[in-house]
Ligand binder design. Structure first.
Ligand SMILES: [Zn+2]
Ligand SMILES: [Zn+2]
Ligand SMILES: [Zn+2]
Ligand SMILES: [Zn+2]
Length: 562
């Protein structure tokens, strides 16, 4: 059935939004009603379910041992440590129950969530990597998140198949010896860089490829010994570099400011980051075909409204979802899923709908924490025929329950999320005050982990140069110059600073994470014109109109850079 484009009013923000005719085809294919919220409000609802990096200590409700978890001790849920949760010592189907057709779905689902044990956090097949979440196949990972197949990574986010990295974000593949590197791939021994590819020994660079030994430069291709965008001989370059004592905090502070100024005033910015794509829109999209309005997507096809997604086909509205995805809609934190809709933290499933933390299962509806299950509804087992009949009956019921537009077709509301808004990525990407959050009927965590006032050293008393930092600093408690939170330095961290000649950080890990976040392009598009004189080209860009950078269209950018 071919439907025309339709304008609707968002039930959350009350702004108008458009549903395109091809969107209706998708909704028809997976038999869900069209959305009642705009895509930003739909994304906010998924953000509100992702506590990626707020970690707590809490006792496992089965073995009673202390474990690292994303659920604060005061949350009214049963939480099992990973060993117990994945073990055979309990059975999720023992919590199975009948669906009550006199009550709304989400209300009953929340009750089930309060009883079935939750996984402390998602950390699979890792060695010596307790402080991580949404991660797996790692060795020696510390306070790093969404990190896979990596070794010796600290304080980083979204790092794939890399090693010896610290304070870096969105390292797509094969990074090694990186520090403060953002949205880069296949680079070695670089510090402070944004959009680097195949680079080595580059410092304070922006948008460079195939370069080595470059300093404070932008938009370079296959260059060596470029200093502040000027070509030098090797000997001259090394002499220039010697003018800076990179072991000094004061020198680094100056360079950091110069780097930001260079990116704002001198560098040419391509309107979006888009490579090897066909008929696709959004930014940070790679090898995609017919992918629209999406951010951070690799190898996608015929999909729309995706955020941080790998390998989707025929999907819409996904956030942090990856690998062999087909016909998926409204998922958060899911991997290897086919024909799944409205799920949170579900790995290796087929035909799962409205499920939370279910693994290696198929044909589940409204289940929590099921492992290797089949034909289950509200954690209760059925025959295939019973399952299909009951599932359809509940869907029909859900179309009439809850608010006037019904429950079916809506992702889980943030009001029943087991994590609270200020613990989630929502607080970072779409911040709200506590009052605003509570006014929506969502929750706020007052006891987020943080320590103040326990510092044993003032930041001014930290030695300026790394060579003057002795091992005794491992027992000091530091105070962040931005937020005053206390933090400490680990042994591996100190070894890294010494090896890479970096001064001790004066900011806590969270403020460093926030600093990198602020340098990345936002997940939002604005309509603008190319800033090259006399170029009439217009585009959708991640640079807001008031931004100071030089933002160029594809052809003007290519003329300047290649
Ligand atoms: Zn909205
Ligand atoms: Zn346990
Ligand atoms: Zn801080
Ligand atoms: Zn142009």
């Amino acid at each position: 059935m071919q439907m025309n484009q339709e304008t609707k009013n968002c039930q959350n923000c009350k702004k108008d939004f458009t549903i395109e005719s091809e969107d209706f085809n998708f909704y028809e294919k997976i038999k869900v009603p069209p959305p009642t919220r705009c895509f930003e409000c739909r994304q906010q609802r998924r953000y509100a379910w992702r506590n990626e990096r707020t970690l707590y200590r809490r006792n496992c409700d089965l073995c009673k041992k202390s474990t690292v978890t994303i659920y604060s001790p005061n949350k009214p849920y049963k939480v099992y440590c990973n060993e117990c949760w994945w073990g055979d010592g309990w059975d999720a189907s023992s919590y199975g129950r009948d669906f009550d057709f006199t009550r709304p779905f989400f209300e009953q689902f929340a009750e089930l969530q309060h009883e079935v044990p939750r996984m402390a956090l998602l950390n699979k097949n890792s060695v010596n990597s307790d402080y991580t979440n949404h991660s797996g196949d790692n060795k020696n990972i510390y306070l790093s998140f969404s990190t896979w197949g990596s070794e010796d990574v600290m304080y980083s986010t979204w790092v794939f198949y890399s090693r010896d990295c610290m304070d870096s974000s969105f390292i797509y593949e094969k990074g090694e010896r990186l520090y403060e590197i953002i949205d880069s791939r296949t680079s070695y021994q670089c510090q402070y860089g944004l959009f680097l590819k195949d680079c080595s020994s580059c410092y304070y660079c922006y948008d460079c490829r195939g370069c080595n030994n470059c300093f404070m430069s932008s938009n370079l291709r296959n260059k060596s010994y470029v200093f502040k965008n000027k070509q030098y001989t090797r000997v001259e370059y090394l002499k220039k570099l010697k003018e800076y004592d990179l072991s000094s905090h004061l020198v680094r502070e100056g360079l950091n400011k110069e780097w930001k100024d260079m990116m704002q005033k001198d560098a040419i910015h391509r309107y979006v980051i888009s490579e090897r794509n066909v008929n696709s829109t959004g930014s940070l999209i790679f090898d995609c075909k017919n992918v629209k309005d999406s951010f951070e997507v690799n190898k996608g096809e015929d999909s729309k409204y995706l955020y941080s997604t790998i390998d989707p086909k025929n999907c819409m509205d996904l956030y942090h979802v990856g690998l062999n995805l087909e016909l998926c809609y409204e998922l958060q934190g899911c991997t290897r899923t086919s024909n799944c809709q409205f799920c949170h933290l579900c790995y290796d499933n087929m035909n799962a709908v409205y499920c939370d933390t279910c693994q290696n299962s198929q044909n589940l509806f409204g289940c929590v924490s099921v492992k290797k299950g089949e034909y289950m509804i509200f954690n209760k087992k059925y025959s295939k025929e019973e399952y299909l009949t009951l599932k359809e009956k509940i869907i029909e019921h859900m179309k009439k329950t809850g608010r006037e537009e019904g429950e079916y077709g809506e992702f889980f509301p943030p009001s029943i999320a087991p994590v609270y808004y200020n613990e989630t990525q929502g607080n970072l990407y779409m911040p709200m005050t506590k009052d605003e959050v509570l006014a929506k009927g969502w929750h706020w965590e007052d006891n987020v982990p943080r320590t103040f006032g326990k510092e044993t050293i003032k930041s001014g008393a930290i030695p300026d140069k790394i060579e003057d930092v002795s091992d005794s600093y491992l027992s000091e408690i530091f105070i962040c110059i931005d937020c005053s939170k206390n933090y400490n330095i680990t042994q591996n961290e100190l070894l890294f600073y010494r090896k890479e000649i970096l001064p001790l950080p004066r900011k806590c890990p969270n403020c460093r994470y926030k600093r990198r976040f602020d340098l990345r392009p936002p997940r939002k598009l604005w309509h603008r014109q190319c800033m090259k004189e006399e170029c009439p080209n217009e585009f959708e860009t991640t640079y807001a109109p008031e931004r100071p950078e030089k933002v160029y269209c594809e052809s003007c950018y290519n003329k300047e850079v290649y």
